[in-house]
Design a protein around this ligand. Structure first.
Ligand code: F6R
Length: 242
């Protein structure tokens, strides 16, 4: 894993955007894997700004998001489809049909998992996957204990994850109990992975990412086996890492 140390959230977002923009310019048919949450919103802001100023085009880019809550449709303000439309897709020239987010309202979530895997395969795999990291080391919604061999699957969310995400809902009760997520093996097949971390709440998971043995009890640890991972972390997130 390559570590890029930055000062703060702004610098992390700018560095990540520079990498994505250069890639998209060189590869107009890029296949991007995208994340939601607080971590990548600054990256998306930078992509939008650059698109407006410099005209970087996403007309032939395809995207696959990591995960979606089960039970929320794309019009629900807390669905990840809605998040992506609001924070990125509505503001760049990407074609909506080229953006894929798992369908949380699918009548057959198992089939939805297979459909998604097939779509990723047909797109030729993900070129750059953006990741955040959970406090318990989760990547996407792959909680501790998820097999490293997992493909896109349905998960029961850990209480700690529901609680962390409840800040976006009116109450904890409204936070869905299940989600669909890309599996760890699916993520590991991406050609390049960009993991972003900012703030002191990420200090412990970032320390563990670099020091803990590779184990399913800390899902992000598997990234150490990937040949092409860049971690961009700020001072606060690195405060416990030597
Ligand atoms: C989001 C996702 C999650 C988040 C993680 C960190 O699509 O898959 O794994 O990356 O929970 O969330 P934030 O960025 O809100 O700290």
């Amino acid at each position: 894993m390559k570590l890029i140390q930055v000062r703060d959230y702004e610098e992390m977002s700018k560095k990540a955007a520079d990498i994505v923009i250069s890639y998209v310019k060189a590869n107009p048919n890029a296949v991007l894997g995208l994340a939601t949450g607080s971590t990548p919103t600054g990256l998306y802001k930078n992509l939008i700004e650059d698109h407006r100023k410099n005209g970087t085009s996403y007309k032939s880019v395809r995207t696959f998001n990591l995960d979606e809550y089960i039970g929320l449709d794309g019009n629900h303000p807390q669905s990840y489809r809605y998040f992506m439309d609001e924070h990125l897709f509505n503001h760049i020239d990407i074609l909506k049909e080229n953006t894929s987010v798992l369908n949380g309202k699918s009548e057959n979530p198992e089939k939805e998992c297979e459909r998604y895997e097939q779509m990723i395969r047909e797109a030729g795999g993900i070129h750059i996957q953006i990741l955040g990291i959970g406090r318990n080391g989760h990547i996407a919604f792959n909680e501790p204990g998820t097999p490293f061999t997992s493909r896109t699957h349905i998960v029961k969310l850990a209480e700690s994850t529901r609680q962390a995400n409840s800040r976006f809902f009116q109450s904890l009760d409204e936070v869905p109990t299940h989600s669909i997520t890309m599996g760890i093996e699916t993520i590991m097949e991406s050609r390049e992975i960009l993991l972003l971390a900012s703030g002191s709440s990420k200090a412990e998971p970032i320390r563990k990412l670099f020091t803990e043995p590779i184990s399913e009890s800390f899902p992000a640890s598997i990234l150490r086996k990937h040949p092409n991972v860049i971690v961009i972390a700020d001072q606060e997130a690195l405060k416990d890492t030597d």
